[in-house]
Structures are given as C-alpha cells and as structure tokens.
Design a binder for this molecule. Structure first.
Ligand code: AMP
Length: 420
C-alpha cells in the first residue's frame, strides 16, 4: 500500500475527500475551523510535490441543493489556510465540474460544491412519500444505489489519484468515501495524514497495547455505549465507568439514586456487564460518591453524597472527591489510556470537577510515557475547555467513526483503501 509520505504527487491530479463539515453561525462564519486545519498537511504535501488538488467534502445534512450548505461559505478560509487561491466549482458533478477539473494545472487547487447536494453520495433515496409501498421503497433504494455507483465513477474520472483524509465519515460507505476507491488501482489510492494518524492511534491502543490499559467511558447513556463497552471488556485491564451511566449501574446493584438519570430498561444489562468484567478479569471501576444537585442547573444547590444514597429530589451531576481520587490513581498507573465521555455535566461550570480531575490524571500519565487517546465528541470538548489537548498523545477528530472503529467494526472508508 502507498503512504502519503512516500508518494510523489508530481504531475498527478488528486481527488482528496476531506471532512470540511465545520460549524457555521447564522452569517455563515466558521465558528470552529479544526476540521479544515486537520486536512491542511495532506493538501500542502500534494501541492508541494507539484500535484493539483480536487478537494471534495460534505457540509451539513442538505436535502438537495440548499445554499446555506454551500461550501462556497468556507472557500476563503480554505484558501487562507492552504496559502493558495482555491477555485470553486459550483457543482460536484456535471459539465462545469468536468471542465474545471480537466483545466487544473500543477500547483492549482479546486474545491467542489457539497457532495451531499446529491442523494447519490449517501446512496439513500430522499423524499419518499409516507405512504410509499414496500415495492416503491425497494425500487427507490435500488435506483439510488445505481446512482451512487455512477456518481463514484464520475468523481473518479476527474483524477489520477484518490486520497481519503476524511476520518469523520470513514464509517460510511458513501460514493466519495468508499465506492470511488474501486476506480483506482492499489498504487493510486491512499490515506491522507489525518486518516493515517487516526488509524495509527486507534491501532496503538487496541492492537499494540502497552499495559495496564485503562478506558474511561463517560457520557449520558449506557445504551449508546454498549457495543464499545463490550468490545473493551475483551481488551482493557481497567474499565472506568463515569457520567450519567453510573446511576444505571448503581440502581442495578440496589443503590438509591434519587432523580439521577437512569435507563431502567438497561438494569439487567448493567448487571451482565459487571459479570462479564469479572469473567474477563477486568477491573471495573465505578464511582463511590457523587456531586448531587437539587435541580438540573449550574446554579443548583449541591452536596457530596455516597453514590448509592442520593436523596429523592437530588440528582448526581458529577463524581465526588473520593471517586476522583480512585479514578486518578488507576489512570496514573496506566500505560495506555482511552477517554470517551465526560464524568459529569461538564457544560455546567460547577460540574466540571470530575472531568477535569480525569483530564489532569491523563496529563500526568502521558507525561510519564503513557499513550493517551481522547475521542468521541464531548471528551474532546472537555480537553479543549481545560486547555490540555496538546498534553494528550492523540485527540481524535472522529465522533461516530472513532466509536465504531473502537467497537471493532471494519470502516468502509478504511477498507476501500487497504482492503480490511
Ligand atoms: P455522550 O454524548 O453520551 O458522550 O454524553 C455526553 C453528555 O452526557 C454530556 O452532555 C453530559 O452533560 C452528559 N452527562 C454526563 N454526566 C451526566 C449526568 N450525571 N447526568 C446527566 N447527564 C450527564
């Protein structure tokens, strides 16, 4: 397989699938350009070699052509960060895209309009009537799959090399993230730096694991984390459960959780996960105390209570000081650390303490040589909020893609290039 470092892009026309799905405010100003910056090293390497760039992305969830989701809003920032004047094709398919891509010369860059203006990108029919029959639905699905193949073929026809640097969509089998790769031989399709770094970080954690390996799983609900927890129970030495899921585990074991968030239909699951941890020799670490609040609000009254003795009318919105110490102790002795999800409602400043303590313990372990991977949404927001992102070994840009990768699933965007 080719690697981006070893590939010489001189004279090549390179189709690069990036994830420029950045948040915009109501005036279409970018409020966080992290995703654009993350792809710049790949784009610069291709230009520096003397290649030309065809940059393609999705933005938002348009239902067709919707100008508020046009990538032209982000064109100036892409040009600025890349340091060249990037041209814009106001359609990713059709004659104008064909003309613009074929006129590209070495060192030039072109941004295509939003791929998701076409339903074919995702390969799912849009606008099906509520009363559509099963036959109509099946026919629409089949037609859209055919359109998707056609779209992948057209996109591929613009270029001599395909580079995928869109980790955020690697778990989707879309025209531009997976199907397109079929039109390039194995010497002309490769991962960009971002994609390669993400893959390396996850594989360092899951395959070449230095032990002890500790995963910290936080967030609100156990139901959204079952697959990942089950997979981790076959891999980790310590599994720390934090956040809102804590209370499902506490209640399942007969504790009193007051008004804390709880999934009553997952109590049996919690018990079976506790048993699985025992069977696998995994040290399952649960909270022993909570910072309880008398309402779901930053200004609520608070008190520290044992996690299984939360009074009625109160709810656990973060871990307590005893738990912080227990978690930190486990984390600081670890050599591989995965953090997904906050320990409490970190959006409220009065309930960030636990997540901050976890973050700081990871900083200490990392400084002592541990490999730390932070990813999957809100824990990334945490490390940014606490100003410690650069003290982690790797902060992932992927949400769903990262979680599915850690769950042990094969991601279509990765398989399309390396075959597995
Ligand atoms: P997730 O998207 O599953 O990672 O969940 C992240 C969300 O979980 C954040 O918005 C947190 O505010 C929320 N969360 C964490 N701990 C709690 C808790 N004890 N009670 C309610 N929500 C929580």
């Amino acid at each position: 397989m080719q690697t981006i470092d070893n590939f010489n892009f001189s004279g090549q026309k390179v189709f690069v699938r990036v994830d420029f799905n950045v948040p915009l405010d109501e005036n279409f100003n970018i409020t966080d350009d992290t995703r654009i910056r993350a792809a710049i090293p790949t784009l610069k390497k291709i230009l520096a070699d003397g290649g030309s760039l065809i940059i393609a992305s999705h933005l938002g969830r348009p239902k067709g052509v919707e100008s508020k989701y046009s990538l032209k809003h982000i064109l100036p920032r892409v040009s600025e960060l890349l340091g060249v004047n990037v041209d814009f094709a106001d359609d990713c398919l059709g004659q104008s895209a064909q003309d613009k891509t074929s006129a590209l010369k070495a060192g030039q860059a072109l941004l295509l309009e939003n791929l998701r203006f076409y339903a074919a990108e995702e390969g799912k029919p849009r606008g099906l009537k509520d009363d559509a029959s099963e036959e109509e639905i099946a026919a629409a699905k089949k037609a859209e799959k055919a359109n998707q193949k056609e779209m992948a073929k057209q996109l591929a026809s613009y270029a001599t090399v395909y580079v995928n640097d869109a980790f955020g969509t690697a778990h989707r089998a879309h025209a531009s993230t997976a199907l397109i790769a079929d039109y390039f031989d194995e010497n002309h399709k490769l991962f960009g730096y971002l994609m390669q770094n993400e893959i390396d970080a996850v594989e360092k954690v899951l395959k070449n694991t230095a032990r002890p390996f500790t995963a910290i799983m936080g967030g609100s609900k156990v139901s959204s984390k079952i697959d990942i927890i089950e997979n981790l129970l076959t891999k980790v030495d310590n599994l720390i459960i934090a956040g809102g899921m804590t209370y499902t585990f506490t209640k399942a074991q007969g504790g009193k959780i007051g008004d804390s968030i709880c999934e009553d239909d997952k109590l049996d699951l919690a018990i079976s996960l506790i048993q699985k941890a025992k069977d696998n020799g995994v040290n399952l670490v649960l909270a022993v105390d909570a910072k309880a609040a008398d309402s779901f609000s930053n200004d609520a009254q608070t008190k520290f209570v044992p996690v299984d003795q939360i009074p009625d009318g109160w709810q656990g919105l973060d871990i307590g000081p005893e738990t912080e110490k227990i978690f930190a102790d486990v984390i600081e002795k670890s050599k591989t650390i995965l953090w997904n999800g906050p320990t409490g409602v970190f959006e409220f400043d009065n309930f960030t303490g636990g997540s901050r303590a976890v973050g700081e313990a990871i900083v200490k372990a990392t400084a002592k040589g541990a490999f730390s991977l932070v990813g999957g949404g809100d824990s990334v927001a945490c490390v940014n909020k606490f100003g410690i992102a650069d003290k982690m070994s790797y902060v992932s840009t992927g949400g769903g893609a990262l979680l599915e990768f850690i769950e042990g699933k094969v991601l279509p965007g990765i398989k399309a290039i390396r075959g597995y």
